[in-house]
Design a protein around this ligand. Structure first.
Ligand code: PMP
Ligand code: GLN
Length: 385
């Protein structure tokens, strides 16, 4: 009898373990302070935990309707009206998913066919490209270049071909902290006008935007909204990344196509969490105070590293700060990240991990969604380098 198991060709031969898992594992192994993977090291609101527990006690433990709990879809529709002036039908235009990741996967799987191209901006979040490739699509990269990572619209125009199925936009942008401006939205609208290009907006950091800026959601612009799937996640907004509840908003015909896939990926998302989020989103649709909370953390981190060998790059949103280390060494970012963990006890993400073609620049990404004491302890180590 053979003991070797079946032979197979990997569908994702170039994909290894996600950089977030790798760096967190190394941080634990070396006892390093973990500013790599993006998650808060502080607790979410105890009242939110109590609301989930109450929902469970009240019997919300079975499948929800496939699109999500009614009250949550109503709350999401009310929230986007409050925040972006968008009119969304909670019955036909909102789908609750297992995190933004679930929404991204179902959306890309629903629309990308073999031979289709998806334009995306690198550095980019790690789940996009595998999902495109699993559907037989080709990612077409437009580089956001060190040090300011702005969109080069001539390059976007050159990347669009008759095979372009979708453009994937992420603002506020992970990992750079760059945010799109009204002018970026105008340029995007001009480029897609008269085409069948779908827009996919990853807006998971929509409420984490700094220095008085306004989040440029695709939902603000009717001419973009009519061709857009807008994706977000409660993980970032409510300090509960492990609960994996997110959503997609799209015009009814587009959403129905996403639901064709979603119903066979997970069908529904965690029921009690949805009941609790419905209550919390209704109470505070704009996540008041979240931007100030994280801006204070960004500013503390920058102040603590002032005078160190690291030079901060602009961060106008997200809970990530890019740091330029080129004043200290010409090492590659992956080598620098290893040295930082092993010799200095701080874990960060090398920006090149988010890149496929461009080098990414001499920068590391630090997550500042951490207790002030964690940021202080990390900064002390980083200042010693
Ligand atoms: N998109 C971006 C840009 C992210 O940073 C994250 C967070 N990991 C996700 C999507 C996934 O969100 P979720 O954990 O809700 O699946
Ligand atoms: N979004 C988080 C980050 O960018 C991590 C997500 C994950 O671990 N898959 O760090």
């Amino acid at each position: 009898m053979s003991t070797t198991g079946p032979v197979f060709d990997s569908k994702l031969p170039a994909v290894g373990v996600s950089i977030f898992s790798v760096m967190t594992r190394m941080a634990n192994e070396y006892g390093a302070i973990n500013l790599s993977q993006g998650f808060p090291d502080f607790a979410c609101d105890p009242e939110l935990v109590e609301a989930v527990a109450r929902a469970m006690r009240d019997g919300h433990n079975q499948y929800t309707p496939m699109p999500g709990v009614h009250a949550l879809r109503d709350a999401i529709a009310a929230k986007v009206r409050h925040c972006y002036g968008a009119s969304v039908d909670p019955a036909t235009e909102v789908q609750v998913t297992c995190g933004a990741t679930g929404a991204l996967y179902s959306t890309l799987t629903a629309f990308v066919k073999s031979g289709d191209e998806v334009v995306l901006f690198e550095p980019c979040y790690d789940s996009y490209v595998p999902a495109i490739r699993l559907s037989g699509g080709t990612p077409v990269f437009v580089a956001l270049r060190y040090p300011d990572y702005r969109v080069d619209w001539d390059e976007v125009a050159r990347a669009i071909t008759p095979r372009t199925r979708a453009i994937l936009v992420n603002t506020p942008h992970n990992p750079t902290g760059m945010t799109w401006t009204p002018e970026d939205m105008r340029q995007l609208a001009t480029l897609v006008d008269g085409t069948d290009i779908l827009l996919i907006g990853d807006e998971v950091y929509e409420h984490i935007i700094f220095d008085g800026r306004r989040h440029e959601s695709l939902l603000r612009y009717p001419e973009l909204r009519s061709r857009a799937v807008v994706i977000s996640s409660f993980g970032k907004t409510f300090h509960a990344t492990g609960w994996k509840v997110g959503y997609a908003i799209a015009p009814a015909a587009l959403l129905a196509e996403i639901q064709r896939v979603h119903q066979f990926v997970t069908f529904t998302a965690h029921s009690a969490s949805q009941v609790a989020f419905a209550e919390f989103v209704t109470r505070d649709p704009g996540a008041a105070g979240l931007a100030d909370f994280y801006q204070a953390k960004r500013d503390l981190f920058l102040q603590l590293l002032d005078g160190s060998g690291f030079t901060p790059l602009g961060c106008s949103g997200t809970y990530f700060q890019l740091m330029d280390y080129s004043a200290m060494t010409s090492d590659r970012d992956t080598d620098m990240a290893m040295r930082l963990i092993k010799d200095h006890g701080v874990a960060a993400i090398p920006c090149s991990a988010f890149n496929y073609q461009d080098t990414g620049g001499p920068v590391l990404r630090f997550c500042f969604a951490k207790k002030d004491e964690t940021l202080r302890a990390a900064a002390e180590r980083l200042r010693d380098i």
